[in-house]
Design a protein around this ligand. Structure first.
Ligand code: FES
Ligand code: MG
Length: 569
């Protein structure tokens, strides 16, 4: 029994306050010894029926509890806001920082010593880690795990990725609407997150590479019994972490973030990892910048999963999962401590690859240089990103004429019109979709190809915006342009007919318009009227940082680890 443990200031007090904290908890049938000073472990759960990807987390919480009891701890499960990527409007990203606030304040206000984060769907993992980082207790992640492979008409189909493909096929007249509707049920046929290497599996993979989960957490299917065992083992381990005083900030170091960037490249991970890792780093006090992502740019693509390859997460799991990736990257990984209090290299010990078509070796990769590229220039002075592994090589070096959509409504209203003045060489530009503009930086950056070009067989074009795109999406899509249009970035000044030059190899994104002309346009530029004038959305727009800083709220950066001393009675 340690007096330093936080829970002693709640459950160890021999006075009116201690009576109140213990007595009301006892109404759930907990015995006296639950309050004897043993580690109290919070299980922070984003389960929700409106977040289908996280619907298995109630069961996993029971697994964690078994492990906590077994190790001599006291588990207490609590709910936090859940973010259902496919269900929330205008975008779940608008609420990532609200979840982070909920997580942070819940952890701080309650008498817990360590926390297990149960998340999975895209924004839940980063939102929980951001909040937990700002309190900095011993912390471990258990993820939902991916759905089983989608199956339809005898073929494997992938969450998201095949939705984009099928909807283009319908527009091109290559697929019937009846078939399109029929594919829905086969795509999502078990609990779990998207089974492509979308944002959810990307974040689970980078979390494992950072040593913030037990090994194999990223890829085990949601319904695989081994995930329940992993939850049990995590419950056991978090008790040990509390006893050892192993905090989140001991693990989420600069080296761990660099390992995350390397791993993200090797798995063909989502562009969304950039904003999430930057925001997480800001919380824990690691000075990570957009330019740091360049260390991943020469890393080869090893995982042959959609959207960059052809397989799905279930295949990745059976091929060996993240431990194999960490083994392939071993010569590059920075030394970094994990939740097991060992170096990350131990996660790769004994790892074997069981299918070399699914996980390639470092020397015979799927693509030689797969990491995200950071682009800069007068069109994005603070940066933009592109994912070469999901792009068309020939378009990564391109100069063309801009066709501008001033906002998402204009795009939706005109993209299918037969007289849209665009060719396959045009560059589609979309404004008003950044953190402040949408608000919430929606996943609309992978604009549909204009119908008239789809009918001509065009499947990819250069597209530029201040938006994000789904981790399951693909194409030569330049995202996260910073500053965004609504912040008065150069993007706001682009006009249809301007020429733009993109060069992924030299990291350039240039609007070929003279400074004098741009100054003239800027003099008459007016920001849009705010779409929200009250509530959380107003606070978000007033305080959100740009994409190159992770789109956190300015007053949430950093942490506060001071004890809470005042009682409520
Ligand atoms: Fe939830 Fe993809 S929508 S993980
Ligand atoms: Mg998404």
């Amino acid at each position: 029994m340690s007096d330093e443990r936080r829970n002693r200031a709640w459950y160890g007090k021999l006075d009116k306050d201690g009576f109140i904290h213990r007595s009301w908890m006892k109404n759930q049938g907990f015995p006296d010894h639950a309050f004897d000073g043993r580690p109290v472990i919070g299980i922070c759960n984003t389960w929700s029926e409106l977040t289908p990807c996280n619907s298995g987390l109630r069961e996993l919480a029971e697994g964690v509890k078994r492990g906590v009891w077994e190790a001599g701890g006291f588990p207490v499960e609590f709910p936090v806001m859940s973010l259902g990527e496919t269900q929330m409007k205008p975008t779940a990203m608008l609420f990532r920082n609200l979840l982070a606030m909920d997580v942070e304040e819940s952890i701080r206000a309650y008498g817990i010593d360590g926390v297990v984060l149960l998340g999975g769907c895209d924004k839940t993992t980063p939102g929980q880690l951001m909040g937990a980082a700002s309190v900095d207790l011993p912390t471990i992640v258990v993820s939902s795990g991916p759905m089983l492979n989608g199956k339809w008409q005898g073929k494997d189909i992938g969450s998201g990725t095949d939705v984009w493909k099928f909807s283009e096929a319908v527009r091109a007249g290559d697929m019937t609407l009846a078939d399109f509707m029929a594919a829905e049920s086969g795509m999502s046929r078990s609990k779990g997150v998207c089974m492509t290497m979308g944002t959810a599996s990307t974040m689970a993979s980078v979390v494992e590479a950072m040593g913030m989960s037990l090994p194999t957490n990223a890829a085990l299917p949601a319904v695989d019994a081994r995930r329940m065992a992993l939850a049990h083992m995590t419950g056991k381990r978090i008790v040990g972490m509390v006893e050892e005083g192993l905090k989140l900030s001991d693990i989420m170091t600069r080296e761990a973030f660099e390992n995350a960037i390397l791993a993200n490249a090797a798995v063909g991970g989502s562009t969304n990892a950039v904003v999430h890792l930057l925001a997480m780093a800001g919380r824990v006090g690691v000075d990570l910048t957009l330019d740091d992502f360049e260390i991943g740019s020469e890393i080869p693509l090893l995982v042959n999963c959609m959207p960059s390859g052809k397989y799905l997460m279930e295949d990745f799991c059976y091929a060996g999962g993240m431990p194999v990736i960490l083994k392939e990257l071993q010569h590059l990984l920075r030394p970094a401590k994990t939740v097991l209090d060992c170096d990350i290299s131990t996660y790769a010990e004994g790892a074997e690859c069981w299918n070399r078509d699914v996980i390639r070796s470092f020397d015979e990769p799927l693509k030689p240089a797969a990491g995200l590229r950071v682009l800069k220039g007068n069109l994005a002075p603070r940066g933009a990103i592109v994912k070469p592994s999901a792009a068309t090589d020939a378009l990564l070096e391109h100069e063309g004429e801009a066709y501008v959509f001033e906002n998402i409504e204009e795009l939706k209203a005109t993209i299918n019109s037969d007289d849209l003045p665009v060719t396959k060489d045009s560059i589609l530009v979309l404004k008003g979709c950044g953190p402040k503009g949408y608000p919430g930086m929606a996943e609309v950056g992978n604009m549909p190809i204009p119908s008239k070009l789809v009918k001509q067989g065009v499947r990819d074009m250069v597209r530029i915006s201040d938006a994000r795109m789904s981790g399951t999406a693909f194409g030569t899509v330049i995202l996260h342009v910073s500053p965004e249009a609504n912040e008065g970035g150069t993007l706001a000044l682009v006009k249809t007919g301007d020429r733009i030059r993109v060069s992924a190899s030299s990291g350039a994104l240039e609007l070929l318009v003279s400074d004098a002309e741009l100054a003239e346009r800027r003099a008459t530029w007016q920001p849009d009227a705010p779409r929200y004038t009250r509530g959380y959305a107003k606070m978000y727009v007033d305080h959100v940082l740009q994409a190159d800083q992770g789109a956190d709220l300015d007053f949430l950066v950093g942490k506060d680890t001071r004890p809470v001393t005042r009682e409520s009675h």
